[in-house]
Design a protein around this ligand. Structure first.
Ligand code: ADP
Length: 751
């Protein structure tokens, strides 16, 4: 056991194990059969790769896809591990060489597909060398209860008969108890240890939005992640082609992937994505299995998946490197109807289960429970945080209507008074009190519900109508999509059901805690430089970029800025082999960056931080907020005022950023300037400021929030209280941002 940690450091450059990795490795070392269930990105591969290096004999890994085997073996070799695969992609000569390596005992890990593994020839080959253990990756493929059943996995039973003394270990991300038990049974495991990890992925942020303008919604997310990798999932092939074409027309680097394309085109798309030649794959669910790319920073669902299992699996492809990643789901009631039409008629049990999964999915979309909690609970685990700080609901990006019952009652009554004979557009006109002739001609201006929602905009009302349809309070029927009140709608009219209504179009995406933490102290310019270098090296070696280094390693380099080999070895993700292969070229790039950016500092001392803070703040060209009067005007020696040069902002390292920000707060510098001077995000500087206000016991948020705004917030607090930000925000009708409200509340506390 004591050898595991040094191996992890030496080959992978990691300092510690992720949850359950150590326990899973113990099972392997002690020869005890196991089934290990960890979420995607939980680090399953290392659970068998590290022990393989600590044990004598060959570790055999069953893996379902050729592409997956190749990526794993490439990554292992890049770390200095002697691994190989045997599959149909090898030439006879290559196969012969691998077989020789198996016989002469020089290999540590051998990957093979299940169908090959159980052939007589292959079993015979394995008998010619001592085996360490057998690992079955994606083990749920053996279970007909799982969602990826592969009959050839069933043959793996033969392994136990052929090698009764050798331990067998199954690894999967599929959580249902039924599947886990089935894996143990089908593989004929003995006295199996079952290890089940936590299904929460705290580094993923989840957002669910109604699909109003999909292209714009998708483009907005891609634009937030310039140069980063992401996947857009569509339900239909035609949506893939349309979306891909439209994004390309906007100049975005995208590629399509679906089962209707030729094998060659699909392979090309996949490789372009893996090698970072394109940023985004637009795909159906056909894409993903076997994609091991660890730096996928966003997954967008342009349509609702048919189950939370699928959603979890597809979003699971984001952020496998543990860094922050964004998952956004765009949904509409139409998606629900599409999937419902696909439910099998012939098999009532399958139909019932499919319908249940679909209902759970739509409930997730329109639910008001923290998304992390909802997902984890769905998979049968408790969730203990009150606020995940990483979903649209906990980040308070979604504004809920305070009294949805009354608005719903007004809308449903209007539909009933219109005798359920009109569509959404006309109903909206009546609710709004429209002066249109068509309304007067039908005398609908005389209805009691005419103009009953006139204080709202047409867009708001129309939006709520759609939301009521999605939540099954209303339905659209017939060729003209005439609105009808459903049974659930009638219950709502009696106050027995309550919908959730969102205020439209007020959302703004906030930085999550995971994003904030993982970027702390990272010099983003240097990170970009290192990314380009990684890409060049990967192209030269014809391997995916992450095989050279993952994003996590690059960020750590751009944070610590190592200047020698020793320091380079301390970067997370740099093992001995990678240090030998890449230290020279990466250290050179870092040194060059430091030379051309003399303002950049490594570890800034407190004195330096003070000095930075003492510099005059440049006049803001970015923000709307003026530099406060109290701020000393920058002056040349001859007394002339000058605009601060447009030179690169000085960035400071983690330890001192807060100190520098505090010193700048003391001078009353504007938030935009402090962001620029410290290289920190607005979110971070806002947090620093809250802390500063508390430490300084300031009773007024000026100059960062105007006195008049503060007064407004104080007024609102009288009735709204201080418990919930959203209540204050709503009572101010969205006029004051959440950030400003937070600052005001901090001062109110001091007062
Ligand atoms: P899974 O197979 O469970 O989806 P992987 O084995 O592909 O997960 O691991 C996901 C990522 O996490 C990989 O980039 C891997 O190198 C990294 N990783 C695994 N274990 C650790 C660890 N102990 N410390 C840091 N990174 C790790």
């Amino acid at each position: 056991m004591e050898r595991l940690e040094p191996i992890l450091k030496q080959y992978w450059g990691y300092d510690s194990f992720r949850p359950l990795q150590r326990e899973a490795m113990e099972c392997v070392l002690s020869g005890h059969d196991s089934v290990v269930v960890l979420p995607t990105g939980g680090g399953k591969s290392l659970c068998y790769q590290v022990p393989a290096l600590a044990m004598p004999g060959l570790a055999v890994v069953v893996s379902p896809l050729i592409s997956l085997m190749k990526d794993q073996v490439d990554a292992l070799r890049a770390n200095g591990v002697n691994a190989a695969f045997l599959n149909s992609s090898l030439s006879p000569q290559e196969r012969f060489e691998v077989e020789c390596d198996v016989r002469n005992g020089s290999l540590t890990l051998l990957y093979a597909a299940p169908e090959r593994l159980v052939t007589d020839g292959f079993l015979e080959l394995l008998r010619q060398t001592p085996l360490a253990f057998i690992a079955v990756d994606e083990a749920h493929c053996i279970s007909a209860w799982g969602h990826d059943f592969r009959p050839e996995y069933r043959e793996l039973r033969k392994l136990r008969e052929a090698f009764p003394e050798i331990s067998i270990h199954g690894y999967t991300a599929t959580a249902t108890p039924h599947v886990r038990e089935d894996i143990a049974e089908q593989l004929n495991l003995r006295d199996t240890s079952l290890l089940v990890g936590n299904f929460d992925r705290p580094n993923l942020s989840y957002r669910v939005q109604r699909r109003t303008d999909p292209l714009k919604q998708i483009a907005e997310i891609i634009d937030r992640h310039k140069g980063e990798s992401g996947i857009v999932y569509c339900i239909r092939r035609s949506d893939v082609d349309d979306t891909c074409g439209a994004l390309r027309a906007q100049g975005k680097k995208v590629t399509p992937y679906h089962a209707g394309m030729s094998d060659q085109d699909r392979k090309r798309s996949q490789e372009a994505f893996l090698r970072d030649d394109v940023d985004t794959v637009v795909a159906t669910v056909a894409f993903g299995m076997g994609i091991d790319k660890s730096d996928v920073r966003y997954v967008i669902h342009a349509g609702m998946p048919k189950s939370l299992e699928h959603y979890q699996q597809e979003t699971g492809r984001a952020g496998r490197d543990g860094l922050e990643a964004e998952c956004t789901l765009l949904f509409s009631g139409a998606d629900y109807r599409i999937w419902r039409n696909f439910l099998p008629d012939s098999d009532p049990e399958a139909r019932r289960s499919g319908q249940q999964k679909l209902d759970d999915m739509i409930n997730f979309c329109s639910g008001v429970t923290c998304r992390h909690r909802a997902l984890v609970n769905y998979f049968g685990q408790p969730y203990d945080k009150d606020n995940c700080e990483a979903c649209d609901l906990c980040l308070e990006e979604v504004d809920l209507v305070e009294d949805p019952g009354t608005i719903t009652a007004k809308i449903l009554s209007c539909v009933l008074r219109l005798k359920e004979r009109f569509g959404a557009d006309y109903t909206t006109s009546v609710l709004l009190g429209s002066q249109e002739a068509r309304v007067f001609e039908r005398k609908h201006n005389e209805l009691t519900t005419y103009g009953i929602l006139k204080e709202y905009t047409k867009k708001e009302i129309r939006d709520w109508l759609e939301q009521l349809v999605e939540q099954d309070f209303l339905e659209k029927t017939g060729e003209y999509s005439v609105l009808r009140v459903t049974n659930k709608g009638r219950l709502a009219l009696h106050g027995e059901e309550l919908p959730r209504l969102l205020q439209p179009a007020k959302r703004h995406v906030k930085e999550t805690k995971a994003a904030h933490d993982s970027w702390e102290g990272v010099d983003r310019d240097l990170f970009e430089t290192l990314r380009s270098l990684r890409r060049r090296l990967a192209d030269e070696q014809k391997v995916p970029a992450y095989v050279v280094f993952g994003d996590a390693a690059l960020r750590d380099m751009a944070r610590k800025k190592p200047s020698n080999r020793d320091a380079f070895l301390h970067i997370s993700g740099v093992g001995k082999k990678k240090c030998a292969d890449y230290a020279t070229v990466f250290l050179k790039a870092i040194a060059q960056h430091m030379q051309t950016n003399p303002g950049d500092t490594r570890e800034v001392t407190e004195e330096e931080a003070e000095e930075i803070a003492a510099r005059p703040a440049p006049r803001s060209r970015l923000g709307s907020r003026p530099i406060p009067k109290r701020f000393p005007q920058a002056a040349r020696e001859d007394g002339e005022e000058y605009d601060a040069p447009e030179a690169k902002p000085v960035r400071v390292a983690l330890r001192s950023a807060k100190d520098a920000a505090f010193a700048l707060f003391a001078q009353g510098a504007s938030l935009e300037d402090i962001c620029r001077q410290t290289g920190r995000a607005a979110f971070t500087v806002g947090k620093y400021l809250e802390e500063y206000l508390e430490i300084e016991q300031r009773s007024s948020p000026e100059p960062w929030v105007a006195e008049a705004v503060f007064e407004k917030v104080l007024d609102a607090v009288q009735t709204a209280g201080t418990e919930r930000l959203r209540t204050i925000y709503d009572s101010l009708q969205g006029e004051v941002s959440y950030d400003d409200i937070r600052l005001c509340l901090a001062c109110l506390k001091n007062a």
